[in-house]
Each structure stands twice: as C-alpha cells, then as structure tokens.
Design a protein around this ligand. Structure first.
Ligand SMILES: [Zn+2]
Length: 342
C-alpha cells in the first residue's frame, strides 16, 4: 500500500495549504507528495534514500554525459533540459574539492620518500665539494659549484646553469645551515642581486636535488587552482572566439565548467593511480595531455558550437595561444598575491 495511492490524496497540501485536486499526485505549488497517509518506518527510510537517489541519478547522468558525449551536457543544459542533470557549477565545485583532497593523498606518499632521499643527500653533499676542475666533465646535482665553475660550463641563460645554481645553493645550505643567503652568495662567488638572493632562499625549500621534477610537480599541483581562477577569463576568450548572438556569457561559462569537470575528474583518476604506480600515472597523464584532452576539446567544441570541422580546427588553433596568455596572466596574478609561492 503506497503513499502515492489515490485513496490517500487530499484536496489540500499538508505542507503549504494550497488547494489541490484529487488528480494531482504532487502539490503544484511546493512539490510535496499529495498524501495523507501516516508516515511509517518503511516510508521514512524510503524517502530518505529517494532524496539521495535523486541527486545520485543527476550526478550519474551528468558524469556519463560528460564522458560519452563531450559538450552535449552544456548544450542540453542551456537548452533548458536541467532537471536531468546536476547543476554544472555545483558539480565543478564538488569535483574541485575532491581533486584538492586527492592531491593531499599523493603529497603524503611523496614526502615520505623525499625524507629518505634527504638523509642520503646530506651524506653526499658533505663529501664532494668545489670541483673547480669540473670543466666539460659531468656535473653532479649533489655537489656544490661556485660561480666560476658554472660560468665555465654553461652559457648565460642555460636552464642547466640555473639548475646547478639551485642545487649548489641547496647543498651549501645543508652543509652550513646557519649561513644566510648573503653569506652563501659571497662564499660561492655570486653577486648579491635580488634574483640570486631569491634563488638562494628558494633553494632551501626544495625537498630534493631533483629540481625539474619538483618544479613540474609543483605546477601540476597548483594547476587545478590556477584553472579554477582562470575560468572567468577563459570564458571571455570563448565568448570572443566563438561569438554567436544566441549564446551569452553564462552559457559559455557553463560550457567551460563542464569541460574542466571532465579534466578534473581525469586528474582525480591520475592521483588515485599515482598512489599505486607513479610510472603508470605519468604515462597515462602524458597521453591525456598530448592526445586525449585536445581531442576531447575538439569534440566538445564541435558538439556545443556546431561549427564545421575546419572552422572548429581553425578556432582551436586560435584558442591555443590565447589560453597560454590567459594562463600566464593568471599565474602571474597568483604569483603577485603570493598564493602559489609558499
Ligand atoms: Zn504544497
């Protein structure tokens, strides 16, 4: 005997007192079930789970749509088909929170392995110091080189030069923890410039001498946050590049949110895989960035803006540098406000 049975229907909503017709299953004003049946334990439990299920099915519809039909969710949502799907902004926000949580998962694993490395390094840094005859020989990241050594080995703006400068500063700091940036620069023969002081101080914050990997990891971890910040600006770009009279800013915004929801769900999967195997994670992430994400963006654009294949490709090519500029701009702003530099 269900609560929806006609015999329990009333001519007045029990929640808001709106007069109802016996034929109405739900109140047309507040949406409550038109039923006078006294609540039983089974009704109570059923109601509790049906609420979860309702949100669950919206979530499921959204995620299935995002993965199987790129760009279609945003198109349908804008066309008014909303009750079937979760609110795109709320979905994006939930996925972002989950993503930030999974980053802390991988961070714990990395910090532990870094600590062991640190112990090994402290020993190594004490042994090999000031290889003044290092010209054209292999340089070691666990050694300390002075300005002269680096000058002999590398041209001015070589990335390797910056790398060995940082590892030298770092190793020097491990050997003489009490010396400050100015003393470090003086004793290694560097000029006391703002940039050198910045590098000497930054060097201390690296956990290992594997500078490249730490920088890549660092930006990869900040990426979602930077994406989060850049969404309103990225949307302006879509709004300009895909200008169409019938699509307003908010509709472009919904497209951008659903696109990044896909990207963020992939990031979450990367982080989960990373806990089990870092090399598999690296391979999958690399493939996604190189092939799957660009292809997904192309499919999304085709489905959402409904332009021809060549027009879409042309605009995609146009989008790329604009993306980069926006992204650098947001990174720069975040940098200025000290958000991304610990
Ligand atoms: Zn009502």
């Amino acid at each position: 005997m269900g609560r929806k049975d006609a015999k329990y229907r009333s001519n007045k909503c029990l929640n808001c007192n709106t007069p109802l017709d016996i034929s109405e299953r739900y109140c047309h004003y507040c949406g409550q079930l038109n039923s006078t049946k006294k609540v039983t334990i089974s009704d109570f439990i059923e109601e509790f789970f049906s609420n979860f299920y309702a949100y669950d099915s919206k979530l499921r519809n959204s995620i299935i749509s995002i993965f199987s039909k790129p760009g279609v969710l945003a198109k349908r949502y804008n066309a008014g088909q909303r009750a079937t799907y979760a609110n795109p902004f709320r979905l994006f926000l939930s996925v972002s929170i989950l993503l930030f949580f999974t980053f802390s998962l991988t961070e714990d694993v990395n910090v532990n392995s870094n600590k062991e490395e640190q112990l090994l390094l402290e020993g190594a840094a004490n042994d090999s110091i000031n290889l003044s005859n290092a010209v054209s020989e292999k340089l070691y990241t666990d050694s300390i080189y002075n300005y002269e050594d680096l000058n002999k080995n590398f041209p001015k703006n070589d990335f390797k030069r910056i790398k060995y400068t940082i590892t030298s500063f770092r190793n020097y700091h491990i050997k003489y923890p009490s010396k400050d940036a100015a003393q470090t620069l003086k004793e290694l023969g560097f000029k006391n410039t703002t940039l050198n002081r910045f590098l000497a101080n930054k060097a201390k914050t690296f956990k290992t001498n594997n500078i490249e990997e730490e920088i890549i990891d660092y930006f990869y971890q900040k990426l979602p946050f930077l994406i989060f910040l850049s969404v309103p600006f990225i949307t302006v770009i879509f709004w300009v590049v895909f200008y169409q009279k019938n699509i307003n800013y908010t509709e472009h915004l919904i497209f951008v949110y659903t696109f990044y929801t896909f990207i963020f769900i992939c990031f979450i999967l990367f982080n989960v895989i990373d806990v089990f195997s870092q090399s598999i994670e690296n391979f999958i992430a690399f493939t996604c960035f190189l092939l799957i994400f660009p292809y997904y963006l192309y499919r999304s654009l085709r489905n959402f803006y409904q332009l021809s294949r060549w027009k879409t490709i042309l605009k995609l090519v146009l989008l790329h540098p604009l993306f980069m500029i926006t992204f650098l701009f947001v990174t720069f702003i975040a940098f200025i406000f000290g958000i991304i530099i610990k």
